[in-house]
Structures are given as structure tokens and as C-alpha cells.
Design a protein around this ligand. Structure first.
Ligand SMILES: [Zn+2]
Ligand SMILES: [Zn+2]
Ligand SMILES: [Zn+2]
Length: 340
């Protein structure tokens, strides 16, 4: 393979796939996961007082799960998933304040919501090694929170794993930020999907699924989900997970599909952790905004391993260099899929 410049499926975003200096998994000298902190973990059971009161808890109940909450003075124990407000919120829920601005200095008040989802009482129960039932509870939590935050324009659910990818605590957790404005990447994907719909009368992601299923970038599929390394991957070992059925939001997942999504997560992250020695990564869901008609959009999860540093070229041009072709990444990920 020689070097080439690839365009994202639908976005105007270009990536230099640098095959001539291609890196294989062994070239990323991953060190085994070191515990980032030695201090008491505020997310571990028994330390609930160290965090603000939980606004949502899952408690075991008669073989099922029931929802509960902490109060200011009392912290509930025995939880299996715990959601708390972020101590250092990027956005806060309150009445917006009018701010002075001019044409060159536009601004909005920082209203919104920022929560942390503690995914398990077990410190190290991450998607790559979690019990599938526990991942199902986390997926259920995502869905409950999406519903609860539907008054905001957009809700972003994301996860940072390990310090190098931005996680300040190593306990298994994801985050959720509700914003009063649709973020740029989402609005770009919405606009490109609408253009595709107009031109081809269909959904680009449904077509991408058909094409990538038979490509060298294919990684995994079960009845309801598919994973592949995208054509113009920005990051080495980037992969995407999509529902095979056209759905615009996570809220459309039925019980069985949630199960299959959880298993797909466990399988793909299991393989990623095996190949690259539990690398730092981030992931984020791309879903339709809460307001307006966006049924044409196809929700998905994008996973970005952090193995390279974006620097001068990327930051100053918004063009990217990826030294691991997605075909090479997919091949390695596919070979080491665990059987769940
Ligand atoms: Zn912990
Ligand atoms: Zn679709
Ligand atoms: Zn996307």
C-alpha cells in the first residue's frame, strides 16, 4: 500500500493514511495499566460521602433493579450503578444570564448539565473485562439519563479511559454533558446525512454498513450491531459501532438489542485491550438532537484510541495523519476478538 489521502464518508474531513510508515500493534509500546492514583477512590463503595449526592442509583431489588437517589444527608449503599453531578462541571443547570456580546465576541451563558456515571462498584470493571450484565446496566443508565435530559438541545455521552485520555480517576466511569446548542461535529453529520437523503433517498450509514461488512475494515457483527474501522480513520485503531437497523437515538433500543449492544462493546473493547495492553482511549455517542425531526440520522458510537499525539499539522490544518491504515487495525482487532 502506498500513502493516500482519504475523505471521511460524508464529512469534509481528510486524513493522510501513511501506509509507508505504517505502525503495527507491537510498535505501540503499551505499558501495563498503572493505577493513576494511590489515594482513596471517591467512586469506590464506602466512600460515597466524598462525592455529591447521587441523582440516580440502581439498586438490586427482587432479582431486578430499582431506581433510587441519595439525599443531602444520606448516601445509599449497595448500589450497582451510581450517577453523580460532576464536581467541576463544564456546564451547570440554572437560568441563563443575558451576556453582552458583539459580532466578533459572541457568547452564551454556560448552562447545561454535567454528570458522572460510576459504571460499577468494582473499581476495575471496564467495558473490556466487565460482566456483560453489568454493561447492560450501564447501557440502561445511558438511556435513562438521555430521557431525563431531553429538555436540553443535545446530550453527549462519552468515556475517557486512563489518564493519557483525560480520565482524572481510574475507577470505571463515563460522563454525560447536556448542552444548550448542537455541537459542531453532530451538526456536520446531520447536514451531510440530510444532503445524502436528498440526493440518494436513503441513509449514508445504512449504506456504509452494507459496504464495510464485506470490506477489509470489518471487525465484528452480531444480530443487531456491527463494528468496523472507518475508511478515513483519524486515529490508529479507531473503530465505530453501529446498530444495523436504522435508529436515530439510543432510546429506540429494545431489550434484546441492549443485550447485543453490551456484548458488542465487551467483545470489541476486549480485543482492543488485548492487542494494545489496555490502551488509553475515548469514546463518544453520536445521536440525534432532542428537538426537531431527525429520524433520518443513524446513531453510532465512535471509539478513539489514544496512541498518537495530534500536534502542529493537525491543530493548524484540521487534516490528520494516521500511521496505522484502518485495514491493518481491523485485521488485528478481528483476530483477537474474545468469545463472550
Ligand atoms: Zn474506585
Ligand atoms: Zn441508517
Ligand atoms: Zn459520528
Amino acid at each position: 500500500m502506498s500513502n493516500e489521502i482519504r475523505k471521511d464518508y460524508i464529512l469534509d474531513r481528510w486524513v493522510i493514511i501513511a501506509s509507508e510508515r505504517a505502525k503495527r500493534p507491537t510498535d505501540y509500546s503499551g505499558k501495563p495499566h498503572e493505577r493513576a492514583e494511590t489515594k482513596t477512590c471517591p467512586f469506590c463503595p464506602g466512600n460515597e460521602k466524598m462525592t455529591p449526592p447521587a441523582f440516580l442509583l440502581y439498586l438490586p431489588s427482587d432479582g431486578g433493579i430499582k431506581r433510587a437517589k441519595d439525599s443531602e444527608g444520606r448516601r445509599v449503599r449497595n448500589w450497582v450503578v451510581r450517577c453523580i453531578p460532576n464536581l467541576y462541571p463544564a456546564l451547570t443547570p440554572r437560568k441563563p444570564v443575558a451576556l453582552v456580546e458583539d459580532e466578533l465576541h459572541r457568547r452564551r451563558d454556560g448552562v447545561g448539565a454535567h454528570g458522572v456515571i460510576i459504571e460499577s462498584p468494582n473499581h476495575d470493571e471496564h467495558p473490556n473485562n466487565a460482566r456483560p450484565e453489568q454493561i447492560e446496566l450501564v447501557v440502561q443508565t445511558y438511556s435513562d439519563l438521555l430521557k431525563d435530559l431531553s429538555r436540553w438541545e443535545y446530550v453527549s455521552i462519552f468515556r475517557n479511559h486512563r489518564k493519557e485520555a483525560g480520565a482524572s480517576l481510574s475507577h470505571a466511569h463515563s460522563q454525560i454533558i447536556a448542552t444548550p446548542k448542537v455541537p459542531r461535529r453532530i451538526s456536520d453529520e446531520l447536514a451531510a446525512s440530510r444532503r445524502w437523503l436528498k440526493r440518494k433517498d436513503g441513509c449514508p450509514y445504512c449504506e456504509i454498513i452494507q459496504k464495510e461488512r464485506d470490506s477489509t475494515r470489518f471487525i465484528f457483527e452480531n444480530r443487531s450491531f456491527i463494528a468496523f474501522a472507518p475508511w478515513a480513520s483519524i486515529y490508529p485503531f479507531e473503530f465505530w459501532l453501529l446498530p444495523k437497523k436504522h435508529q436515530h437515538t439510543l432510546l429506540q433500543l429494545r431489550g434484546k438489542e441492549k443485550k447485543e449492544f453490551s456484548r458488542a462493546l465487551r467483545t470489541c473493547f476486549g480485543s482492543l485491550a488485548t492487542i494494545l495492553n489496555d490502551p488509553p482511549y475515548s469514546f463518544g455517542f453520536h445521536i440525534a438532537p432532542n428537538h426537531g425531526q431527525h429520524e433520518y440520522f443513524h446513531w453510532h458510537l465512535e471509539v478513539y484510541p489514544k496512541l498518537s499525539i495530534q500536534a502542529g499539522f493537525e491543530n493548524s490544518t484540521d487534516m490528520f495523519i494516521n500511521v496505522t491504515p484502518p485495514e491493518v487495525a481491523a485485521q488485528s482487532l478481528k483476530e483477537l476478538l474474545p468469545h463472550i
